[in-house]
Each structure stands twice: as C-alpha cells, then as structure tokens.
Design a protein around this ligand. Structure first.
Ligand SMILES: Cc1cc2nc3c(=O)[nH]c(=O)nc-3n(C[C@H](O)[C@H](O)[C@H](O)COP(=O)(O)OP(=O)(O)OC[C@H]3O[C@@H](n4cnc5c(N)ncnc54)[C@H](O)[C@@H]3O)c2cc1C
Length: 374
C-alpha cells in the first residue's frame, strides 16, 4: 500500500515530486508551442531525467540502467501523474519490451541502440478486420513477409517494428522488421484523440534476415502478451496519479464559494459525486500498489495486471467525467486541464487491450486455467 513504503521508497516519491515541480511543470506551455520547441523541451527533460536517475529505471543493468522494481516504477508514475505535469513520456528511457533477453545479432543491432536512444522501435500487433493476417514464409536464408499492420504508434519515426506474424508451420512469432527494408510502405499516418501519432504499414514481399525472429518461432503470442502485460500495470499507475490530481483540483474547486457565497461543496448532490470519485481513486490506488508488490515478489500477475488496467482506465474515465460535470462548462473550454485529461485517458480503454477483451482473458484465467487471486 502507498502508506507502507520504506524510507528509500518515500524518498523516491519525494524526489519525483521535486522533479515534476522543478523540471516538468515549468514546461506547461509546451503543448501550444512549435514542434521545434516541443523537441527542445523534450531533450531538456531527458537530460534532467538522466541526471536525476529516473531515465534508466526502465532499462536493464547490463545496458547501464537501474532496472527498478515494479513498486519503484509505480511510485514514480503515480507521483508524476499526480501533478498532471507535461512531458511525462520523456522521463523514462525506452525499455527493452519484447526484445528483453534477445541474443546476437539483435542484441547489438537493435536492442543496444534502442536503449541508448539512437534508434526507435514500434509495436505491430493490430490488423484491420477485413485483411488477411501478416505471414512469414521461410525461404533460403530469409523470411518473406506479407501483410499489414493498421495501428503502429510512432510508426512514422520508427527504425524497426516488432511485428507479430504467423509462420505457416510454427504459428505466431515476433519478427523485427526494419522500416527501411524494400517492400515496407506506410499506407497512411493518423493521429488519435489523445494526441498520439500512428501509422498503418503494408509489407509486400519484404525480405527479413532469418535471425530477426525474437525467441523461438511459435512463441510470438506469449512474448507479445508479456510486453503488453508490463505496460498494463504502468498505465494503471498513471491513471491512479491522474485521479489523485483530479481529486486535488476538485477538492480545491468545491471549497470555493459559488455565487450565493456558500462553498460549492456544501450541496449534498455534489458531495455524493465527489465521494464516488474518491472511492474509485482509493480502490484503484490500493490495487495497483498491491499488484506491484506481488510482481516484485515473483508472482505471476497477468490476471491482476489485467484487473488493474481495466479498473483504473475505466475509473479515471468516470472520475474525470464527473469532475467536468461538477465544475461545469468552463472545464470543457479547450486547454482546460480537465478537458485535456478527458481526451488523453479515453484511448487507454482500447490501447494495450480493450476492456472487454481483457475481461474475457481474466475469466479464462480463472475458469479454465485456475489462475489469479483476489
Ligand atoms: C492510442 C492507441 C495506440 C495504439 N497503439 C498500438 C500499437 O502501437 N500497436 C498496435 O499493434 N496496436 C495499437 N493500438 C490498437 C489497439 O491495440 C486496438 O485498438 C485494440 O487492441 C482493440 O482492437 P481493435 O481496434 O481492432 O478493435 P476490435 O478488436 O475490433 O474490438 C472493438 C470492440 O469489440 C469488442 N470485442 C472485440 N473482440 C471481442 C471479444 N472477443 N469478446 C467481446 N467483445 C469483443 C470490444 O468491445 C472491443 O473494444 C493502439 C490503439 C490506440 C487507441
């Protein structure tokens, strides 16, 4: 639980609070600036984050990182998000994702430069409903890739895509496809409500080196799901921090007088909604910290990670929606922090697994595999 942190963990939370106030919040105007101003602000956050020791927390020690525990990462994400600071995505360095533990040649050609920030990777999993799945055919000395991926975040800037493909005699596999390879085309680029940018890719007779398969052919799906699993707890921690920021904002707002001179929060109807928000926040924060501790104890937390992701992403959506309702129309004016948060959290119920699909996974874990705890 957040109040049972040891001295070092409490110090980490305090350090993250100072970082948010000293480094991130002064950049609050960055979203209204030019792309060049955004890039400069981002580089400055990365530099400060490296100096403060946050950047390497998501990276293995072998590559100069500090490989922080799930609880430490949760503490920092929850704390930073509780300030609703900009540029939080620049605080942590790129993690290994599905490339964790790969051997040569991928270790030197892709993993090391990825972690050093020299090249960028993306994740190709989602395909349009009306197209056939991406396939990899083993040829003499290479894989022949054909297919498409419809929703690759950061695809336009990516140097390579960790791509889920189907090998006809072995099943799903993850393959590293360099985006500059012949036959790789970007069909379109698009943005989404949360402000992030994506690309749809087509692969036409792309030749990929045989040793670009991550792990063994046939184990692609578990690898992809593991990467998504790690990301789920991090998204839940982010949502918890956002909910805490909303609570602070709303508390302050409701303690101010309305036009009658009475504090806005004196109305019973408002108090009921406000209490609902706090209940959701308390529950989400409790489950995320508990799951982080379980993960650090070595437990398999696939089902608990799903529970956290579904609950926290749905809770933050309700909490921000309620906050907007209680504050009124001014909260919907473009640029208001609640308006911007409302847009940013909507995507989280689909990205890294839609809520109902995750519910089905969780039910399967319990009913068919006897997994998961309460
Ligand atoms: C901001 C953002 C970033 C993303 N980044 C990436 C990325 O980098 N790489 C990538 O590969 N993908 C990415 N995605 C895509 C994301 O993973 C998918 O949108 C998500 O998995 C849902 O898949 P879908 O869009 O194909 O919807 P569908 O699978 O068609 O699902 C639509 C809805 O149908 C229902 N549904 C579907 N299947 C079932 C079922 N079996 N049982 C019950 N109900 C069901 C659910 O309500 C579901 O939400 C991103 C999405 C967003 C919003």
């Amino acid at each position: 639980m957040p109040e049972q942190l040891n001295k070092a963990q409490r110090a980490l939370a305090e350090k993250a609070t100072s970082f948010a106030h000293d480094v991130l919040l002064p950049q609050s105007d960055v979203s209204g600036g030019t792309p060049e101003e955004f890039a400069t602000a981002r580089s400055s956050v990365i530099r400060e984050s490296k100096a403060a020791g946050f950047y390497g927390m998501t990276q293995p020690e072998e590559f100069g990182g500090s490989a922080a525990s799930a609880l430490e990462l949760t503490i920092v994400r929850d704390t930073l998000a509780s300030t609703n600071a900009p540029l939080m995505g620049a605080v942590f360095g790129p993690g290994p994702g599905v490339l964790a533990g790969v051997g040569e040649p991928l270790k030197s050609s892709h993993l090391a430069p990825l972690l050093a920030g020299e090249i960028q990777g993306a994740f190709g999993f989602t395909e349009a409903d009306d197209a056939s799945p991406t396939t990899a055919e083993r040829k003499d000395g290479y894989w022949l890739i054909n297919g498409h991926k419809s929703y690759v975040t950061g695809g336009e800037q990516a140097d390579f895509i960790n791509t889920l493909v189907t090998i006809s005699d072995a099943g799903p596999a993850m393959i590293v496809i360099d985006t500059r390879s012949e036959g790789v085309t970007i069909e379109k680029t698009f943005g989404s409500l949360d402000g992030s940018h994506h690309a749809a890719f087509r692969f036409s007779d792309v030749h990929v080196p045989i040793d670009h398969v991550i792990g063994k052919p046939g184990e692609g799906l578990p690898r992809a799901m593991r990467q998504i699993g790690d990301v789920r707890l991090s998204l839940a921690a982010l949502c918890v921090g956002y909910m805490r920021w909303i609570d602070g904002y709303l508390t302050d707002h409701l303690q101010q007088p309305d036009r009658t001179g009475e504090p806005r929060g004196n109305k019973e109807g408002i108090r009921l909604r406000y209490a609902d928000n706090r209940i959701q926040t308390f529950a989400a924060r409790s489950m995320v910290y508990r799951t982080a501790r379980l993960a650090d104890s070595g437990a398999n937390v696939v089902n608990e990670g799903i529970a956290c992701k579904v609950f926290a992403t749905e809770a933050v959506a309700e909490v921000v929606d309620t906050a907007i309702q209680l504050v009124g129309g001014s909260a919907l004016i473009t640029g208001h922090p609640l308006e911007s948060l409302y847009r940013r959290v909507r995507a989280l119920r689909l990205a890294e697994g839609g809520s109902d699909v995750l519910r089905l996974n969780l039910a399967r874990g319990s009913l068919d595999l006897d997994k998961g705890i309460l």
